[in-house]
Design a protein around this ligand. Structure first.
Ligand SMILES: [Zn+2]
Length: 196
């Protein structure tokens, strides 16, 4: 039995799950539907066995008890999860409160250099501090940072001419994580994060 294909989320970067009935799945019936994780987080009790079967077009049986997210979309994790974990991701999305930043947050998690809150989900306030923007290339960011942080106006001409840009940019890279944006937002370029 193949899972439903992920509908391309052209209009949204919001995290979603395909939640279904585990018993029905094991009995050869795909009963479930796609939901926004934020909707689940808003009202977890609404997404019960009855609701899932209603949306999936089947009546539930007494054995239908356990729900499971068989597929996920716009999340920096792989595979499946339970509804509680989907709720946690929905809470992170709601806390971030900025859909356009969600792909960057997913990229931040993918770098591995991120922090978690007590639920084991990404810490939104740390993300906001770490996020250094979306850039065409790492070098664009690094040279812009040099321009903004080093005032060379008082330097003599030789010092300016022989300033080791390449070395500076290389050292700077220890302090930041860089992640390509295309797989998260479809947009060319990189996300840059300050490391903790
Ligand atoms: Zn069922």
């Amino acid at each position: 039995m193949s899972l439903p294909t992920t509908t391309p989320s052209i209009h949204t970067h919001a995290p979603r799950v395909w939640a279904g009935c585990l018993h029905c799945y094991n009995s050869g019936r795909l009963v479930g539907a796609w939901y926004d994780a934020a909707d689940i987080a808003d009202a977890p009790h609404v997404f019960d066995v009855e609701r899932i079967h209603r949306d999936g077009g089947y009546l539930s049986t007494p054995e239908c008890e356990e729900l499971w997210c068989f597929d996920i979309d716009n999340m920096p994790t792989s595979g499946e999860m339970d509804l509680l974990e989907a709720t946690r991701w929905g809470e992170v999305y709601i806390e971030l409160d900025a859909e356009h930043l969600w792909p960057a947050l997913c990229a931040w998690v993918t770098t591995g250099m991120y922090t978690e809150d007590s639920h084991g989900t990404p810490c939104v306030s740390d993300f906001m501090e770490a996020y250094s923007g979306h850039w065409d290339t790492w070098e664009d960011f690094a040279y812009d940072l040099i321009d903004q942080t080093i005032d060379m106006s008082g330097w003599d001409e030789l010092a300016q001419r022989y300033f080791d840009y390449a070395g500076f940019v290389r050292d700077l890279k220890h302090d930041f994580s860089v992640e390509g944006s295309e797989r998260f937002s479809g947009e060319f370029g990189v996300y840059i994060f300050r490391n903790y």
